[in-house]
Design a protein around this ligand. Sequence first.
Ligand code: DAH
Length: 350
Amino acid sequence: MSDQLSEQLQQLTEELARSEDADALYEVRVRYLGKKGSITALRRQMGKLAPEDRKAFGQAFNAVKVEAERAIETRRDALVSAAREADLARHEDLSMPGAHERELGTLHPITQTRRALEDIFARMGFAVKEGPHIEDERYNFDKLNFQPGHPARDMQDTFFVRPRSDARLVLRTHTSPVQVRTMLAHEPPIRVVAPGTVFRKDDDATHSPMFHQLEGLFVDRHVTMADLKATLYRFVGEFFGEGLNVRLRPSYFPFVEPGAEVDMQCPFCREEASGASVGCGLCKGTTWIEIAGSGMVHPHVFESCGIDPERYTGWAFGLGLDRMAMLKYAVTHLRLFFDGDVRFLEQFPC
Ligand code: DAH
């Protein structure tokens, strides 16, 4: 019996020497010491022994079991420290080029659109200006001639920011406060565009609480609405291709007088031969698409910014940047731009 015990121990030791990882060790352990293991099985034979031999066998069995456990642990320690040594001895050349070429991303379609618009207006002599996303309420509303009770100031429409001082702060609801900042800082002539992110509390299929605009402002002597229309016409021609018409429709914004919505001819339903629009789903059959608000800068706005309205005139517009991108790339849902889905974004290489 005890011969069998030492034989098993001998075999186990040899198998351990051949085991190279934790899985192999586990298997050896199960095979010898598990419930159905070969060493465990020998214990059951104790019953067959003469009673006087049982004690000696029991002691021998326990000693072998302890010895077997220890051998497994010793081998485990040896494997762990060998792995650690090997790891430490490893020399990595960190200056080697990578095995896989790294894929470069592309600029977001809204960024591409913003840059294209900036380029077009820069060629027409406009400087690019940026303003803060968290804006003083006076710049976002008061100095733009919004009366105290104007609905845009309602909590339902605007994100108000808890202030640290007595300044009243909002997430800007439009890029128009950059007009104020520019006029407070510079004497006319002024010719700027101000692209950027704006925030409103609407959120449905066609509105996102975060979207983008591009503001335009031109102030000088003898500036007229004809300059405005010519500039917008030029812009549409450059961005969408020549031949699309532009029209101004009377409208109201507190900071302009007169005010107008800007429509352009729908780029999707133009009949190539005649140049006439035929009406499609996008423009709801009207052949016109609204792209901006605009108007002649209100004298109150000039006054609140320290510019003499008797001496200067000017116009301003606010274009929907996301809408420009949707029309340019024929994207049907605004949300696609903001979901961050790589399969969508990859379609806009640059
Ligand atoms: N700020 C307006 C809006 O977000 C758009 C706008 C209208 C801008 C008329 C202008 C303007 O500069 O003259 O709805």
